[in-house]
Design a protein around this ligand. Structure first.
Ligand SMILES: *Cc1c(COP(=O)(O)O)cnc(C)c1O
Length: 489
């Protein structure tokens, strides 16, 4: 009988393992059923590996590692001990991977609207409004003066109208929902004319042609990839044309020999032919960012001013609020959209309303918005302040840590992200880290294991931490994390 079979026999049972003092510690930290599942999984992995190595000893010696069911059994490769102490880290790792809860993270990627990290972080005012209004009962759909049933969206819609000049507005789950709902209402069974240069894909699963198909609108492509003229729309209009659609090329740019039609001209065409015009703005800035030295991004106000019938935009991109989508424009059309039964399926909850209302209220005073809304604040943080944050981190490091890694401050670019301002980097200051002792992937992995996890970029085998997207309070946390990941002997 070979050693593997002996070890196989000595594998503890799930129950034995669960009752061992080591594993009992885990049941204090994770729900018991999950611990049982993780124990079972690790034991099964160990058993399989042993069986395999018994069957074909030449090809695969015992415990030569490999990843199965998320368990990296390579830890066992040097050691055939299967005591609870030995299995504990494996079980703990499975649990950590399975039970990854939503938690605070530090964004040192320099991507301001990072979808993986939750897109727009909320203003404190918005977080506070969620706390204050939602902890107990709230006036979600009731009018306190009359005591009568009120409208869920009223406050937010009023703010949107005041801020943008729209006659009416509606909030839904996200901008994808806004586009779907507007198309379904305005163009179901009819043709929606759209330029071939605007059939965009916005990360994940939002592809304009697919959303149009889902809404029941028939896509009427006009123009070419690089050039679309007003006459292309004019020539394409038939009795069955229900909508003229313009889509903002949020996340890409076409440069060179190009031609697009201004919203104003589309609006004029729509008016003469009695066809509504819709603009999917994507980001939907509410502030003219050029004033502050940032690239041009169309604002909601200028679209409304141009006379568009309906605009749609996200509330968690440049607007800097919670996930949501807004449909705004002429009362006639927005009211028709409100009556669509799909609206109920796409509606937002009270958390969204509380956070969005508080965020929009900040826009009543531009200075307040720029100061309080993290997305805007991060975009506008002067380079010197970002560099100061880098120095802040480095100054807090011990000399041993500094000596154990190559740490320097370098210049680079932050990105807007979230499909806004493509190719327009914002000059920034980064901490560059590397070590002869390991590669950048390993350093980045260790930073992600910190509590809170720190997310950074990797470039040319260096870890880059962009301090533009880091909060002042997080500078110290990063310094402490670097002390831990450093390679002091
Ligand atoms: C981002 C974007 C969307 C999707 O918005 P979500 O809020 O992410 O659903 C749709 N259209 C355009 C042009 C966009 O930029």
């Amino acid at each position: 009988m070979n050693t593997n079979q002996n070890i196989l026999r000595s594998i503890p049972s799930v129950n034995e393992l669960i009752e061992s003092p080591e594993i009992l510690k885990l049941t204090g930290m994770y729900p018991r059923p999950l611990v049982v599942e993780a124990v079972r999984e690790v034991l099964e992995d160990v058993r399989q590996l042993l069986l395999r190595s018994t069957a074909e000893p030449q090809q695969s010696p015992p415990y030569q590692g490999g990843i199965k069911g998320g368990v990296e059994t390579s830890d066992l490769s040097q050691n055939t001990d299967i005591s609870p102490q030995r299995l504990y880290p494996l079980i703990e790792r499975v649990l950590r991977q399975k039970f990854c809860s939503i938690e605070h993270a530090i964004n040192a990627t320099g991507i301001i609207l990072h979808t993986g990290l939750g897109r727009a972080p909320l203003a404190e005012e918005a977080a506070k409004q969620i706390q204050d209004a939602i902890k107990s009962f709230c006036t979600l759909e009731i009018e306190k003066y009359s005591g009568k049933r009120g409208l869920r969206y009223h406050s937010v819609e009023q703010l949107v109208c005041v801020l943008t000049g729209a006659e009416s507005a509606l909030v839904v789950n996200n901008n994808a929902a806004a586009v779907l709902l507007a198309l379904d209402t305005l163009a179901r069974g009819k043709e929606a004319l759209v330029s071939r240069s605007q059939l965009v894909e916005i990360g994940g699963s939002f592809r304009m042609p697919d959303v149009m198909a889902k809404s029941g609108a028939i896509m009427g492509e006009v123009g070419t990839t690089n050039k679309t003229y007003l006459k292309d729309y004019e020539n394409a209009i038939t009795e069955n044309t229900g909508l003229i659609l313009k889509v903002h090329q949020s996340n890409f740019k076409i440069v060179g020999f190009t031609e697009t039609v201004d919203l104003k001209d589309l609006v004029a065409l729509g008016q003469t032919r009695n066809i509504p015009v819709m603009y999917d703005l994507g980001s939907g800035a509410l502030i003219v960012l050029q004033k502050y030295g940032l690239p041009y991004e169309p604002t909601v106000q200028e679209s409304i001013k141009a006379g568009v019938d309906v605009v749609t935009f996200s509330t968690d991109k440049l607007l800097g609020g919670p996930q949501g989508g807004i449909i705004a424009g002429k009362r006639r059309f927005v009211d028709a959209i409100k009556k669509n039964p799909l609206t109920r399926a796409l509606r937002v909850g009270k958390l969204t309303i509380a956070a969005l209302e508080a965020t929009l209220r900040l826009y009543l005073e531009e200075g307040l918005a720029l100061n309080k809304i993290p997305v805007l604040k991060m975009m506008l943080t002067p380079l010197d302040d970002v560099e100061e944050r880098c120095q802040g981190v480095i100054s807090k490091l011990s000399s041993e840590t500094k000596a154990s890694m190559n740490i320097s401050i370098i210049n680079g670019f932050s990105e807007m992200g979230g499909g806004s301002m493509p190719g327009e980097g914002i000059p920034t200051s980064l901490i560059s880290l590397c070590s002869e002792k390991t590669n950048a992937e390993e350093i980045a992995a260790r930073l992600r294991e910190n509590i809170p996890p720190i997310f950074a970029r990797i470039e040319q085998n260096r870890v880059l931490m962009d301090m533009r997207t880091v909060y002042d309070e997080e500078v110290e946390v990063i310094a402490k994390a670097l002390e831990k990941v450093s390679f002091k002997d």
